[in-house]
Design a protein around this ligand. Sequence first.
Ligand SMILES: Cc1cc2nc3c(=O)[nH]c(=O)nc-3n(C[C@H](O)[C@H](O)[C@H](O)COP(=O)(O)O)c2cc1C
Length: 173
Amino acid sequence: MAKTLIAFFSRADENYFGGSMRYIEVGNTEVAVGKIRELIDTDVFKIEMKKPYSKEYNPCINEAKADKQANARPELVSLPESIDEYDTIILAYPNYWGTMPMAVFTFLDAFSFSGKTILPLCTNEGSGMGSSEGDIRKTCAGADVKKGLPINGSSVGSSKPQIEKWLQANGLI
Ligand SMILES: Cc1cc2nc3c(=O)[nH]c(=O)nc-3n(C[C@H](O)[C@H](O)[C@H](O)COP(=O)(O)O)c2cc1C
């Protein structure tokens, strides 16, 4: 039977919300993932770095920038043993410097996505999907990468209707 996995990266702690900084307990992308799960039943995997970026916003953006410039593949806490049983992967992540956090590349490099469908969802503060859809296509040879859903991180709380439409358009509802 067709099975879907949500793989996501999200960072809580200090972030920037339309003009001011604030500490949050659950990251924006994780909030969006919660809304997907209210709509469909899927397995979920959280992509977590062994050495997470700083809790404070400013050092965090510099660390993430350095990783992007180095084309780094940060080590992850764990990986699923296999993704063979899934035919669809919902890949959710924040926009970091115009693309995905490098830890998401670490995840993508670990598996073959050939023959699988990937649905990208990217929370952001204005840059939309950035280059992430193209980057996923380049990284995941043979995958069918669908049009992604950009969500404004500051208003993720009201994103359920958008998410529902997108899941419907992709035949998951
Ligand atoms: C390191 C870092 C880099 C970011 N770069 C961008 C960017 O280039 N464009 C953008 O629109 N938002 C950028 N943002 C904002 C995040 O994409 C946005 O706040 C997102 O919703 C955070 O998701 P999370 O709470 O799930 O981690 C950046 C945030 C961080 C922490």
